[in-house]
Design a protein around this ligand. Structure first.
Ligand code: ADP
Ligand code: MG
Ligand code: ZN
Length: 477
């Protein structure tokens, strides 16, 4: 039987804000447990929440970036459930009337095309606290610093048909969120979290029952969890069983999932309008001001890199992956404007390659854009060859020195003095009389052998163009 996979994703994104969604408590990450709470975010009776308008504006900005409709009036609701990390007994969220509806993202497909993934809605809500079990013997503790941190939940349509498409969508969304600067989007810190809804069915029949996979905090685990779930469901159905609607937890160590609870239906949450908050109203002028302040988005940046600097689509894509990388590239070009292609090659291939080996990010690069430009200048003015420049860059990764200091200290200056080059050539020719005779007898290919020998004898420092030219002259005899 042929099965079709159906995936819809719910992504929770912590919105950048110094204060929480409905109170003035700090949202700083990693502080002492329970030091950033107040009666509002602890859910004490009689306290009144006040909406953080900055978080609302960032959610609207995200909505505009996914081509969605922004509801100028939206409402808050209470989603009632008890959980140890939610002692107040309900979460403030938006249910029937969210701030953002009907958007989409276009994701790249394997065949080089694009596929449109619908985004049903983005609603505002608040984060819960965090239960802590690690290092505690038989008890759990609770940290409520995260309770009330502003979240936006981005709900996709069930439009994805494979784990790869789901990952492509998530990467695209993650990049967009980062460019918009509406969230730190750090997955390890829980600022960008994904729940995956997965089902299988026979093409042409209604969708199957879905299971929801929770707690997926890296792209790799999300892919693994979806692939595992697809196989589990297909085997279950083919063995005569039925998929039940439930929430499952994926264990990345064991590589398998287990049922956490049967999935609640909306009516189990007893949603009702939040009586303590007025509707969220945004004026058309406010919305237009948000639209006007929209930063350059990844797609626009990629196109600009192609047209403004003549980069290949591939290089433009690599260098527009993050804003930090793009800024580094633009600073590099500003400092070495003669050759943007060279800047792109050295950044994308050489520097990024070295950073990757060290497990570093462009923001941790020990070589600044200014210093990399300094190195490229020395290639451009023939002080060193591209080959030697790679060694210099290796040294720059380790030492806090610029290219000139390293070239000087290691005596790497290219030899462009024709007398010195001729002397090496003569020496090589004397040592290899058979090859000289062969070349003169018509074996042109031997030129490569001589170039190699001369470069080796000069420890790579001879100017390769001059070596080529002088060899051809001297070999003629
Ligand atoms: P709930 O409120 O129970 O979470 P929603 O209707 O909001 O349900 O859907 C949640 C997510 O599940 C959405 O991302 C949606 O695209 C996805 N989804 C809905 N039906 C299916 C299905 N049959 N298979 C896979 N995903 C689905
Ligand atoms: Mg849901
Ligand atoms: Zn508070």
């Amino acid at each position: 039987m042929s099965w079709e996979v159906v995936i819809g994703l719910e992504v929770h994104v912590q919105v950048n804000s110094k204060t929480k969604a409905f109170c003035g408590c700090s949202t700083e990450f990693g502080t002492e447990p329970n030091t950033q709470t107040c009666p509002v975010c602890l859910g004490m009776p009689g306290q009144l929440p006040v909406l953080n308008m900055e978080a609302a504006k960032k959610t609207a900005l995200t909505g505009l970036a996914i081509n969605a409709d922004i509801n100028l009036e939206s409402k808050f609701d209470r989603k009632n459930y008890f959980y140890p990390d939610l002692p107040k007994g309900y979460q403030i969220t938006q249910f029937p009337l969210p701030l953002v509806e009907n958007g989409y993202l276009d994701i790249p497909t394997k065949d080089g095309g694009e596929k449109r993934i619908g985004i049903t809605r983005i609603h505002m809500e608040e984060d819960a606290g965090k239960s802590m079990h690690e290092g505690l013997d038989g008890v759990s503790h609770i940290d409520l610093n995260r309770s009330g941190v502003p979240l936006m939940e981005i709900v996709s349509e069930p439009d994805m048909r494979s784990a790869d498409e789901a990952i492509a969508y998530l990467k695209q969304l993650h990049q967009l969120i980062s460019f918009l600067d509406v969230s730190g989007a750090n997955m390890e810190k829980g600022q960008f979290r994904c729940d995956a809804n997965v089902s299988v069915h026979q093409p042409g029949t209604p969708f199957g029952t879905r299971a929801e996979l929770k707690n997926l905090n890296s792209f790799r685990f999300i892919k693994q969890a979806i692939e595992y779930e697809v196989i589990r469901q297909i085997e279950l159905i083919e063995d005569g069983g039925e998929v039940v609607q439930e929430t499952r937890l994926y264990d990345s160590v064991k590589g398998e999932s287990r049922s956490m609870r049967s999935k609640e239906e909306a009516h189990d949450y007893r949603y009702f309008p939040e009586p303590d908050l007025p509707p969220l109203r945004m004026s058309r002028d406010e919305l237009e001001a948000i639209r006007a302040a929209m930063p350059e988005l990844p797609g626009q940046l990629r196109k600009r890199f192609e047209t403004e600097y003549g980069l290949s689509p591939y290089d433009a894509d690599v260098l527009s992956q993050t804003r930090e990388l793009a800024s580094f590239f633009e600073a590099l070009v500003a400092a070495h404007p003669a050759d943007p292609k060279r800047c792109a090659n050295w950044l994308a291939n050489e520097l990024l390659g070295r950073l990757k080996e060290k497990g570093m990010d462009i923001s941790d690069s020990p070589v600044s854009s200014q210093r990399l430009a300094g190195l490229l200048e020395r290639i451009a003015d023939n002080t060193i060859s591209g080959k030697i420049a790679k060694d210099v860059l290796d040294a720059m990764m380790e030492a806090d020195d610029d290219a000139d200091a390293i070239i000087e200290a290691k005596g790497l200056k290219q030899v462009s003095d024709s007398g010195a080059i001729d002397a090496i050539i003569t020496e090589i020719m004397n040592a290899n009389p058979d090859q000289v005779a062969g070349y003169r007898g018509g074996k042109d290919k031997l030129l490569g052998f001589f170039v190699g020998q001369v470069m080796k004898a000069s420890k790579g420092k001879a100017n390769p163009g001059m070596v080529n030219q002088r060899l051809q002259e001297l070999l003629k005899g």
